[in-house]
Design a protein around this ligand. Structure first.
Ligand SMILES: [Zn+2]
Length: 171
């Protein structure tokens, strides 16, 4: 029997408010910057990796791997989940995307276009939106604590879950 990775839970979509997604101009710029970054590292942003990144950039919310599979299919053809996972691994390894462990979802990194390293994600449990925040002071403090503990971190960003400002007054 062939083992297929189990379907992941989809993120809730019922949030009424959707903040402005990446504008196409910004996305185009991010793709160009990502390509340059890969080239500089001797890595290749293959058409599939690029497609995955484009879909992540176009989404205002983090996407599960199977949401990506759904969106990447064209002309009735479904992209193999393993292909999507491999592309995601590449994007994460090169700092072009982040994986939110608490949601098992992925999002494009804004580090590439802003040049600022993400410190934390504020993840809304109601609308599913993830807001990236940058705070060198927090990042330095966390790094200092990790060093004191002799701990080697794999993920660079903290994840804080709760309710975003827009969802606090919706019941
Ligand atoms: Zn929210």
């Amino acid at each position: 029997m062939v083992h297929t990775p189990s379907l992941q839970h989809r993120l809730p979509n019922e949030g009424a408010h959707i903040h402005a997604p990446w504008r196409s101009e910004t996305a185009k710029q991010a793709i160009a910057q990502s390509e340059a970054l890969c080239r500089a590292k001797g890595a290749r942003l293959t058409p599939i990796r690029r497609r995955v990144l484009e879909v992540l950039l176009a989404s205002p919310k983090p996407l599960g791997a199977y949401d990506l599979v759904d969106r990447l299919g064209s002309q009735g053809r479904r992209m193999a989940p393993i292909t999507v996972y491999r592309a995601l691994d590449f994007l994460i390894e090169h700092g072009l995307a982040h994986r939110l462990a608490s949601r098992n979802a992925y999002l494009a990194s804004s580090d590439v276009s802003t040049g600022r390293q993400t410190t934390a994600f504020l993840i809304c449990e109601s609308c599913g939106e993830a807001t990236e925040i940058t705070s060198p002071a927090v990042a330095d403090t966390v790094l200092k604590v990790l060093k004191e503990q002799g701990y080697q971190p794999r993920a660079r960003a903290l994840e804080i879950t709760g309710r975003c400002a827009g969802c606090q007054d919706i019941h």
